[in-house]
Design a protein around this ligand. Sequence first.
Ligand SMILES: *Cc1c(COP(=O)(O)O)cnc(C)c1O
Length: 436
Amino acid sequence: MAASQTSMNLQALLHYDREHLWHPYASMTDPLPVYPVQSASGVRIRLMDGRELIDGMASWWSVIHGYSHPVLVQALQEQAGRMAHVMFGGLTHAPAVELAKLLVEMTPAGLDKVFLCDSGSVAVEVAMKMAIQYQHASGHPERSRFLTLCGGYHGDTFHAMSVCDPVGGMHHLYSTVLPQYFFADRPQCRFSDPWDSRDIDSFARLIEEHRQELCAVILEPIVQGAGGMRFYHPEYLRQVRALCDQSQVLLIADEIATGFGRSGELFACNHADISPDIMCLGKALTGGMMTLAAVLCTDQVATTISTGSPGVFMHGPTFMANPLACQVACASIGLLLESDWQQKVHHIGQLLEQGLRPCREFAGVQDVRVLGAIGVVEMKEPVAMREIQAAFVERGVWVRPFGRLVYVMPPYCMDEDDLHSLTTAIVEVVAREGRP
Ligand SMILES: *Cc1c(COP(=O)(O)O)cnc(C)c1O
């Protein structure tokens, strides 16, 4: 009786979902199947039909400590009891101040001022607005355009879309309404290859040609995420920093995916020992419990904006610095910094490297690469989503490929056995792909 009721409810839920709910990048008339989740804890997602999946995605980079971590749950509950939200205009609170302190201390030197907002895409909008206001306040209103890299991804809102990869990016249909910016060739030199000095040529040429109209460069440091899951050479980033300085163009580092240890350093900029002028954080900021993002900038950027006209930074979302999210972010950063995260990330990287190695032999596979706790199998052809998704679920793992990319970024707490199950499932599933 109870079981049949559950399955009735399950069917009804799935039916209503299919009829009424948009999912990310989804069709309303021919949707791919979705799997109803009952709960999640540690590295496991429990489906409503009772099956359990080992989570390889950390819910898109964010759940670094695993689901339902008791410390985060407690932080959330305690803060909910004190105050779930209060406006940030004219008021402040300890969760926001403590979070700002943690972020200023842990991020690369010079990033001193913190703007707290709701999501990654909004953080990118805020960063771009800061760059425009900075140049305006510096007496250069004509410097209002952006230079970025092919193969990048910065979010789904309009200005964020304008700096996503113009071809492979998912936004070309909007190209007529988006501002047209400058795209340097995507870095070719891989993270651990010897540096090839020609790699920077395209970028160097564009910044030289357009310096008078550029306000900032925006890029994902070291790891290009949703635009292709590629890892490029730290020297590229160092040279970008130097060229920005020479041209008086700001550097915005979008660390929304890479922040908080994922690439093997706390921030990907650390691989190159550089500090950007503006840095965007999101995703793992709250350990995946709430949506929250942060934009940090230097004192120079903040002071210039604040002493120019109109003398204020023109942005202020309703839920800015939401106390629940800030308190959970503080707790998540605390967990991270008191753990041996670097060792864990390194170990996951080694196991991904070993576990995914057999994929290199398959005819359908273009490349296998690992950096930090990120593992990528790049196929030669786009995967068949419907089939591949089901094949992973059948094997008890949650992996969500896109395009030609089968990739994982597990929670840092995943143990060897679960990592083994995860990589074994990928090897088995990828072996089937590309077969006639
Ligand atoms: C996910 C992501 C964003 C967008 O963040 P949302 O929270 O999805 O709006 C921006 N930049 C990078 C590098 C990302 O990975």
